[in-house]
Structure formats: C-alpha cells, structure tokens
Design a protein around this ligand. Structure first.
Ligand SMILES: Nc1ncnc2c1ncn2[C@@H]1O[C@H](COP(=O)(O)OP(=O)(O)O)[C@@H](O)[C@H]1O
Ligand SMILES: [Mg+2]
Length: 233
C-alpha cells in the first residue's frame, strides 16, 4: 500500500461536555512515494490527521482509502496487520523501550510478525548503519542523546520495510544539524526506496525542503502547495 485518500474527514473529541472539532471536513490525497510535510499551529489537528492516516484512530465521519480500499470496511485484524507491516511511525518522544538496548528496540516490531531472526538481526544492523548508530547497538536509550534516540526510532520504524512512513515532529527535540541529517534520511527513503513519507512539523524551513506542504488551521486544510489554495485562512 502507498496511496492514502482522505474524504471529508471529521474528528470530534468530547471532553467534559465540550465537543472539540479537531478535524473539520478534510479531504486529501497522498500519492505513493510522496515526500510531504504537514504544518500548522499547535492544536490545529496535525497529530489527529496523522493518527487517522496511520489507522491508529478512526474518524468521527468521512472515509480513509488505502490503495483504493475503504479502511473502515477492513476488519480490525487486517487494520492491525497493515499498521504493523506497511506503516512505520516515528514520534516526537521516540517511544523507545528503556529496558531494551538499541538493537533490541529496532528488532522489537519483528517479535509480532515472525520471520527469520537472523535475517531480522542483519536487517536491523544495516538500518543502524544507515542511521549512523551501528557503534551503539548495546546502549540503552538513557545512554543516548535525543538525536541518537530519534535515529534509533527511525531505524525501528523501517524494520518492516513500510510503504508509508508517518513522522510526528521527528525533529522537535533535536538540534538543527541533527534535524537536517534526519530530514536527508527521510528524503532518501522517499526518493530511493519509493516510501511515502509524511512529516508533521512546526519548522517552516524543514517544511520548505519537502516536495509538498499541507497547512492545517483549526482542523481544516487551508493551504496545499500541490494544488490551489483551498480556503481563505
Ligand atoms: N484525546 C483528546 N481528547 C480531547 N481533545 C483532544 C484530544 N487530542 C487532541 N485534542 C484536541 O484536538 C485538537 C487537535 O489536536 P492535535 O491533533 O493534537 O493538534 P496538533 O498535533 O496540531 O497540535 C486540539 O484542540 C486538541 O486539544
Ligand atoms: Mg501534535
């Protein structure tokens, strides 16, 4: 899978009697192999959008098509399988397991998918090489800097060879130099391996160096560099 189409997506959160319209009629198509950024102020709905694209969350209304198939019609087992096999996630806070070393963290997703353990180990080592962390395989997360932990998280997100990589503020907690390196790595995945890469960021320089930028405001798409200006801001 690689193409995602959102049609008229809304997401409402109910909290203490209030209804929050986190997404309000969002329609968006992300084609296979695109290298895209999603920007907008805090609270504009970026994380909600990413979680819906990644099938981590169901919309209140509207449809999500994954390679033309309506995700809502998929049984939960199949959704979970897609998440595990075809979608990689990178979160701002890394979400590494503190008790596992670097290699253990990168190989963790393989525990749930079977496959040959030696192949998995070789692949994990190759990814750690690619992210410049092969000399830290035995370190635990608390022995690494933020940028190093994020590199490990990126390696982990790629262990299953996802067709789609969703990154939520992946450079939010690292220095500028590291952010530029991480971005290069993500661009390479799109360009060289055809992975669809969507990055949520509040860094406009970073956004400008992706191929397409979608801007959210109050849960609506107000600008999409791939097409027309969608609505007056
Ligand atoms: N679990 C939740 N319960 C209630 N409100 C939420 C929840 N998650 C997000 N929101 C609200 O939905 C809106 C969009 O949030 P979010 O998608 O996290 O935005 P962003 O990632 O752009 O900061 C915000 O107003 C936020 O407070
Ligand atoms: Mg967010």
């Amino acid at each position: 899978m690689a193409t995602i189409e959102l049609r008229n997506i809304t997401k409402q959160y109910r909290q203490a009697g209030n209804v929050i319209n986190a997404l309000d009629d969002v329609s968006l198509t992300i084609d296979g192999g695109e290298f895209l950024s999603i920007v907008g102020r805090s609270g504009s709905g970026k994380t909600t959008l990413l979680d819906i694209c990644g099938l981590l969350m169901r919309p209140t209304s509207g449809q999500v098509f994954i390679d033309g198939a309506d995700a809502a019609s998929l049984p939960e087992r199949r959704r979970a399988e897609l998440r595990g096999r075809a979608i990689g996630f990178v979160f701002q806070e890394y979400n590494l397991i503190p008790t596992l070393d670097v290699l253990g963290n990168v190989m963790l997703p393989l525990r749930y998918s079977g496959g040959d353990r030696r192949d998995g180990r070789d692949r994990a080592m190759g990814l750690l090489q690619a992210v410049g962390m092969s000399d830290r395989v035995g370190h635990r997360p608390d022995q690494l800097s933020g940028g190093q932990q994020q590199r490990v998280a990126i390696a982990r997100s790629l262990i299953q060879r996802p067709a789609l990589l969703l990154a939520d503020e992946p450079t939010g907690a690292v220095d500028t130099q590291t952010a530029a390196e991480l971005l290069d790595m993500l661009r390479g995945l799109s360009r060289e391996d055809g992975v669809t890469v969507a990055i949520v960021t509040h860094d406009l320089d970073l956004a400008a160096s992706t191929d397409r930028t979608v801007r959210l405001q109050d849960g609506r798409v107000v600008e999409d560099s791939a097409g027309v200006r969608v609505a007056a801001a």
